[in-house]
Design a protein around this ligand. Sequence first.
Ligand code: HEC
Ligand code: HEC
Ligand code: HEC
Ligand code: HEC
Ligand code: HEC
Length: 184
Amino acid sequence: MVKKIFSWLISPLGWISLLILALIVFSGIIWGINLTQITPEQPIEFPHDRHISFGIQCLYCHQGASRGPVAGLPTQTKCWGCHQQLGITKTSVLLKPLVQAIEKNEPIQWIPVATVPDFVKFNHRPHIAASLNCEACHGDLSKLTIYENPQILNMGWCLDCHVEKAGDDYEKLVKLTDCGTCHY
Ligand code: HEC
Ligand code: HEC
Ligand code: HEC
Ligand code: HEC
Ligand code: HEC
């Protein structure tokens, strides 16, 4: 039996099948990775570009970023504070879900896109304190509507920047590449 399988495997048909199987597994892995960080459909097509060109600062809506781990999303009350005064709010189809959320007093269910797994310790504060701007990690949002990650937020990406920023400072390099710095 084993011999039969083996002789099939070394026959052209056998190894072609193996190659196809390997390709299927490989593309499955790539697809899986993509799926976890793909841009989902959001409850409101929120245009970052137009709010930024209107002059609203990132920290006005994502206040936590300079203070702690989580940047946070604005509540609908914050949206409403501005939008109830705007004519566009009455006429816009895009803003209907916001009006409904206010009327029903139900929070808007935004779907997270910028996320790392739970076993990773990420904190915004030291990064903002080291004078990195939001664009360094989140890309140029003045050209985007709904948020998309400009790159996959994986370990290689964190480490590349940590090694670069540590430069010749050996102590810093050790700290910024230590497993315990980013993992529990
Ligand atoms: C400080 C004021 C301000 C805040 C806060 C604000 N917006 Fe806006 N928003 C605007 C302005 C001004 C426009 C119109 C921009 C333009 O004309 O290009 C706009 C446009 C929009 C549009 C596009 C409407 C259309 O039909 O084109 C959507 C959707 C929207 N806002 C959603 C939101 C949501 C959701 C929030 C809260 C997370 C929010 N806005 C918070 C000022 C604000
Ligand atoms: C008027 C409020 C507003 C402003 C100003 C704003 N954002 Fe946002 N941001 C939102 C809302 C609402 C969402 C959720 C919808 C989405 O993912 O596009 C969001 C989503 C995000 C996300 C993804 C959040 C997640 O849960 O995955 C990031 C990252 C982000 N914004 C960064 C920025 C940066 C950087 C700036 C400044 C250049 C900025 N935002 C300016 C309201 C705002
Ligand atoms: C050093 C890279 C880096 C910088 C700089 C950075 N972020 Fe983030 N941001 C991340 C990572 C990584 C995540 C995912 C964090 C998680 O899942 O806990 C994230 C998540 C977010 C989220 C969604 C989750 C949350 O924390 O609410 C928002 C909103 C956000 N960032 C906004 C901002 C804003 C605004 C700035 C600038 C003031 C900024 N970020 C600067 C890397 C960065
Ligand atoms: C664009 C560059 C950049 C990226 C990307 C980045 N970091 Fe950092 N990180 C820094 C800098 C700069 C510091 C501050 C170093 C210092 O103390 O001067 C820092 C500090 C930290 C600290 C605090 C270390 C301490 O104890 O002082 C943690 C934790 C951390 N980063 C985790 C992460 C994780 C997790 C990711 C990826 C999800 C990440 N960082 C991505 C540049 C980056
Ligand atoms: C600068 C931050 C950082 C440091 C330092 C770091 N990691 Fe990670 N690690 C991450 C992030 C972010 C992820 C989640 C994304 C991913 O899977 O790449 C991760 C994922 C992992 C995973 C899961 C693998 C996977 O593909 O799901 C393992 C295992 C791991 N790290 C081990 C380590 C070990 C061991 C060290 C020390 C040699 C280390 N990490 C140092 C940020 C870091």
